[in-house]
Ligand binder design. Structure first.
Ligand code: NCD
Ligand code: ZN
Length: 348
């Protein structure tokens, strides 16, 4: 009997949190075993705000994945004080591929983020000139705005004015969660792309409240209602090149999630490509998986597509209840449940 399988160009993850220290050493190998490259988020403490920080962090990531050919693509953390000179240096470095905008207070480790985007004109001008993309966490932080509306309001209040002021700036709208974001991305020109996580494709907001509060399904932007999830599924099933893979895998120790004030973030790096394959298959769009996972990201960033391949086979695997992470544990997406796809072992 032959197992059903698909072989695709080796994928990349265009939005990933690797953390640092012993946690980095625990989680990075999961990504390196399936992805060739990943855009690594800079929201460490302290944040990766300079080229010097980024090169040191790059070295630590490379040490954590020693023996693999995984290539980290670094990012800088935009602050009110990021200078044009720092952006120029980032561009010249060749290993920094984007600059991340966290509105101050929007999410995990965003306190050093931007308080007012108008303070970033010099940096944004230089990015526009250099063709260095701005990667946006697209949520307003105004506490009077309902948490489920913060992405939509961000489009109107921040993103559209920003696009008018910087008509050539390349922007990745990260981890989109709403029909509003899908429509916005579709209505704009080729300089706007968007990453889509697997958890926002799999779940609507009910997943946070199934029989009780489910901290492991809490992330930011928060899961939305079913009609928004359907819009995301339609976007990826359409095969439109503006939507590409970004897991936003964001590990937090089990005890920090299962707490009276639990951290936002879902860990999905352990089985990311298998979970995307599951979603694409259920949506009847498995033929669109390769372009989403392996072509549209590098095309947007102006990087070559990978030359290697991975093979996924239809062979069930049960996800562990937890994985060791530094001296703690992390609860992975789909913990204790069975998923239909796995990476063929010779790829691993
Ligand atoms: C991310 C994290 O934990 O760093 N959390 C999350 O819920 N996605 C930060 C982020 O990308 O918002
Ligand atoms: Zn993220």
């Amino acid at each position: 009997m032959t197992t059903e399988s698909i072989t695709i160009t080796r994928p990349d993850d265009w939005h990933l949190h690797l953390r640092d220290g012993d946690v980095l050493n625990s989680v990075a190998p999961f990504t390196a075993k399936q992805f060739q490259r990943a855009i690594v988020m800079p929201n460490l403490r302290p944040a990766v705000t300079t080229v010097k920080h980024a090169v040191d962090y790059l070295d630590r990531i490379l040490a954590a994945v020693e023996g693999s050919d995984f290539e980290p693509l670094m990012t800088l953390y935009l602050t009110d004080n990021t200078s044009a000179a720092e952006i120029m240096a980032a561009h010249k470095s060749c290993f920094i591929k984007g600059v991340k905008l966290y509105p101050a207070g929007a999410t995990t480790n965003s306190d050093e983020g931007v308080t007012d985007i108008s303070k970033c004109n010099a940096a944004l001008e230089e990015m526009q000139r250099a063709g260095l993309p701005l990667l946006v966490h697209g949520e307003v932080t105004d506490s009077t705005v309902d948490v489920f509306d913060r992405e939509k309001v961000f489009i109107d209040r921040v993103l559209m004015p920003l696009m008018d002021r910087f008509p050539e700036l390349k922007i990745v709208f990260e981890h989109i969660t709403t029909a509003d974001a899908v429509d916005f991305v579709l209505a704009t020109g080729p300089r706007i792309g968007a990453t889509v996580t697997v958890h926002h494709l799999m779940y609507n907001r009910n997943a946070m409240f199934e029989g009780g509060i489910r901290p492991h399904n809490y992330c930011l932007p928060v899961l939305k209602r079913e009609s928004h999830r359907q819009a995301l599924l339609q976007a990826i099933a359409s095969g439109n090149e503006k939507f590409f893979l970004g897991t936003d895998s964001a590990p937090h120790a089990k005890n920090l999630k299962e707490s009276s004030c639990g951290c936002a973030g879902i860990f999905s790096a352990h089985a990311a490509i298998e979970l995307y394959a599951t979603v694409f298959e259920l949506t009847g769009a498995i033929d669109k998986l390769e372009a989403f996972a392996s072509f549209y990201g590098p095309d947007f960033y102006g990087l070559p597509r990978n030359s290697g391949t991975i093979t996924l086979e239809k062979s069930a695997q049960t996800i562990p209840e937890s994985y060791p992470m530094a001296d703690q544990t992390v609860v992975p997406l789909m913990a204790g449940q069975t998923i239909p796809w796995r990476i063929r072992s010779e790829n691993v």
